[in-house]
Ligand binder design. Structure first.
Ligand code: AMP
Length: 440
């Protein structure tokens, strides 16, 4: 199928052409025609599937068709709520790219930066507002934002909202929306609380499911390096001697760990920057821009900061430490292999992390090949004795070596994430196989 087959208006088709898009991804194929009929949508999809364009393109078309040549004040007609600043910025960039031949105005607002530029833009009038929950509520409470004219509401990454403790803010926002509206609801997983929310706010939605999290992993070339914790730094430097690795995203569990790796890399002349919650918004954005421009070769990120990082042609992800939540592994390696490209991931695993690796392999149902051909290879025996020692000390679970990065909001206490080890703890993932979208 081609974008031409989706009844899109010429200015949008031209913009998509300029982006180099020819074929819609499965979620776009399913969602665009439905959204254009103003029906609600429940999309089970994560980033990397093309879900942003799946909602942005038809929204632009609907809003353009209905509000052409309207003079006078411009109330907010569409609201996209997303959990992180990086995702919000990325979504606005998408609206900008696909809507560049239209006269709709969009604005992105998020916390951690001054509000003046945002409130000035709101005064001038905005058609499509992309926001993170905290700053949105803040500006609503100050009287800068009124949602009474919203016709289309998008809730993006609903499960992540729950994880990050934003769900009450989300519900408060929904309470301020007109009840007559179109709602597009996206979530990678469907924990019970998210399912309940979807049931309450959606009317007869079309259900679309693409690429369940566990199968994203199939198209990425993965390998495991068994290595002692103290040798990880040297192993990273060894791997980076390979000049064919033009850029790589390196994951750590802690902010402190990310900073340490950057220091180590800079010391040996490798250009590296860190991106995590302690960095100012400007510093994060700068690091991301440098990385996208390939000025920085290595971007070291924590999981929360990395949500939404969307770097075209990112080929390598390196897990310096394995995450203790197996789905996080899939989200991490999913930074490569975007929109059908291939990707490579290297994961370092010490004895204490062996248990995390077992959980990951259970989730993705793949035995990740072990790379033994490196100077810091750890014998199976040392690995297993490290694993046994960690188990005996109760060290392997939960995460060790410092607190993983948290957001400024309270953590999720609902137990909604799928617990390690295969039980589904109240989580319901849509079933079905990839990449065919399922409709109701
Ligand atoms: P998303 O899942 O929205 O984060 O999108 C993932 C990446 O795929 C982004 O870099 C998009 O620019 C890109 N993308 C989205 N739709 C298409 C398409 N139909 N063809 C090619 N690339 C796309």
């Amino acid at each position: 199928m081609l974008f031409e087959d989706l009844n899109l208006i010429e200015p949008i088709l031209k913009a998509l052409q300029a982006e180099g898009y020819t074929n819609p991804t499965p979620i776009q194929e399913q969602s665009i025609p439905t959204i254009l009929t103003k029906r609600d949508l429940l999309g089970c999809a994560q980033t990397g599937t093309g879900k942003t364009a799946a909602f942005a393109i038809p929204m632009l078309q609907l809003l353009n068709n209905e509000h052409q040549n309207v003079k006078g004040p411009r109330p907010i007609k569409a609201l996209v709520l997303t959990p992180t600043r990086e995702l919000a910025i990325q979504i606005e960039e998408s609206f900008k790219a696909y809507g560049k031949n239209l006269s709709l105005r969009h604005l992105v607002i998020f916390g951690g930066v001054g509000q003046k530029a945002q409130t000035d833009a709101l005064h001038r009038g905005v058609d499509i507002l992309i926001a993170t929950p905290g700053r949105l509520l803040d500006l609503m409470n100050q009287g800068f934002i009124n949602l009474k004219d919203v016709e289309i509401f998008v809730l993006d990454e609903a499960d992540r909202m729950l994880d990050m403790g934003f769900i009450h803010d989300v519900k408060k926002t929904i309470a301020k929306l007109p009840s007559k509206r179109q709602t597009l609801f996206f979530s990678a997983t469907m924990p019970a609380e998210i399912q309940k929310l979807a049931d309450t706010i959606l009317t007869n939605p079309l259900k679309v499911e693409v690429t369940p999290v566990s199968s994203t992993a199939e198209k990425i070339e993965q390998s495991i390096y068994y290595v002692d914790k103290n040798d990880k730094k040297n192993l990273l430097l060894h791997i980076l001697k390979d000049k064919s690795i033009a850029t790589a995203l390196v994951f750590t569990r802690t902010k402190h760990g990310a900073d340490r790796i950057v220091k180590d890399l800079i010391k040996v002349g490798v250009k590296a920057e860190a991106i995590h919650g302690n960095k100012s918004q400007n510093a994060r954005q700068r690091a991301l821009t440098n990385f996208k421009a390939k000025i920085t070769r290595i971007l070291v990120a924590t999981d929360i900061a990395a949500r939404g990082i969307d770097v075209d042609e990112l080929t390598h992800v390196i897990n310096y430490e394995l995450p203790n939540v197996p789905e996080t592994y899939v989200h991490r390696i999913g930074r490569t292999g975007r929109a059908g490209n291939s990707g490579i991931s290297f994961s370092f695993c010490d004895g204490e992390e062996k248990e995390f690796l077992d959980d990951i392999e259970k989730l993705i149902a793949i035995k990740i090949p072990v790379q033994e051909d490196h100077p810091y290879a750890m014998s199976w025996q040392s690995l297993m004795s490290g694993a046994a020692a960690a188990k005996a000390k109760g060290k392997a679970k939960p995460a060790r070596g410092g607190r993983p990065e948290r957001t400024e909001h309270k953590p999720n206490l609902s137990g909604a994430r799928k617990p390690a080890g295969g039980g589904n703890g109240g989580n319901r993932r849509f079933s079905g196989s990839r990449p065919k979208a399922k409709t109701d």
